[in-house]
Ligand binder design. Structure first.
Ligand code: ATP
Ligand code: LTN
Length: 334
């Protein structure tokens, strides 16, 4: 608890360009939750180097991501928006937690299996211990809730196991976090293959809507989206392409899937796809305008980076000192 509020932690990697999936599945929920919780939203750049990155490109993307957090509506006063690499406690706690995590547990992580098959030439130890760093992120702030997409649930489960194991030995040190999965938009699928999720690392540009795509591009991509020959706007598993478009439209307009079905009853896919494109553009355009405005205001973004790194460091150090004492490191002499 901080000032009587429960604590929330989440983060995103600055790899690739954010997609509509990242926005509807994560960022949009973050904004809603920021009223209720004391929130820490991190640009997790330490995690990014588990896959080889171009340094200049990583720096640029990390800044763009932090700007996007703010442009999407996260208030810098209510939320702590910061770079993971500016708080050394993440790496320090991660080392300690490594010593409380079993190889067998890490071997079961599906993301490790996926990423090591994708990057067979660089299966580094960081990729293997990635979930431990994620546990450190969350436990460092004594987070109660962690909003994540379904793909990250396994990492949250291991975080809970590590925290429980530590607490069983040393007493009540860590808060055990709960996952938070949004009601809508939890899994936005690819526009070209609605059986796989829309992802930053998609190769075909028509698979995903990028957060910075302009209106014409958005409408063109939806026009090309894969559907079916049923010619009926119906929310059912047998029509995965249309189901995905209904999910997107409903999440953007705040309607339920049933209301969307009713609205397009008797209308063709052409009309529906155009409406989806327009709804998405009207959500993304204001965010893009805000990014452009913020990117011109370097001093403002810099001040957020500085103030929030200090705030995050303050809470991180509090937990870290407690943990260091518990495991038996010598006290600091002042
Ligand atoms: P990558 O392709 O590099 O693995 P990604 O697009 O899957 O990246 P992440 O950085 O792993 O994105 O995820 C950031 C956040 O966005 C996570 O909370 C994740 O669950 C959520 N997210 C990612 N893709 C989707 C999607 N298609 N639908 C809903 N939520 C998503
Ligand atoms: N692994 C997550 C990003 C991430 C995260 C976290 C999410 C790193 N640390 C802590 C929630 C809490 C991802 O790839 N989406």
């Amino acid at each position: 608890m901080i000032d009587g509020k429960k604590v929330l932690f989440s983060g995103m990697q600055a790899t690739g360009t954010l997609t509509l999936g990242n926005y509807l599945g994560a960022l949009k929920n973050w904004v809603t939750l920021s009223e209720e919780y004391e929130c820490f939203y991190s640009v997790v750049d330490l995690h990014s180097i588990t896959v080889r990155q171009d340094p200049a490109e990583l720096r640029k993307r990390a800044r763009r991501l932090l700007t996007l957090y703010i442009a999407a509506g996260l208030d810098k006063k209510k939320n702590c928006i910061y770079y993971q690499s500016h708080v050394s406690g993440h790496a320090e706690l991660s080392w300690i937690l490594n010593c409380f995590t079993y190889m067998g547990e890490l071997n079961r992580m599906t993301q490790f299996k996926d990423k090591s098959s994708k990057h067979a030439d660089n299966i580094n130890a960081g990729l293997f211990t990635y979930p431990v760093l994620m546990a450190a992120d969350i436990l460092l702030y004594q987070a109660d809730v962690v909003p994540v997409g379904k793909d990250q649930l396994q990492h949250l489960e291991i975080t809970r196991d590590i925290a429980g194991r530590f607490n069983a030995i040393y007493g009540d040190v860590f808060t055990i976090p709960e996952p938070y999965i949004g009601k809508t938009g939890a899994k936005i699928m690819s526009l070209q293959d609605p059986t796989k999720k829309m992802s930053k690392s998609d190769e075909n540009p028509n698979d995903s809507i990028l957060l910075m795509d302009d209106k014409d591009t958005i409408i063109r991509k939806f026009k090309r989206a894969v559907t079916d020959s049923e010619a009926k706007v119906c929310y059912r598993d047998e029509q995965p392409g249309i189901k995905n478009l209904i999910d997107i439209y409903s999440t953007c307009t705040g309607k339920t899937p049933a209301e969307t079905e009713a609205e397009f009853d008797g209308k063709g896919y052409g009309d529906f796809k155009l409406a989806v494109g327009e709804a998405v553009a009207s959500v993304l355009t204001p965010i893009q305008e805000e990014v452009a405005r913020l990117e011109k205001d370097k001093a403002y973004i810099d001040s957020i980076i500085k103030e929030n790194a200090d705030k995050a460091n303050y809470y991180a150090t509090k937990t870290l000192r407690k943990v260091q004492k518990k495991v038996g490191f010598p006290e600091r002499v002042r």
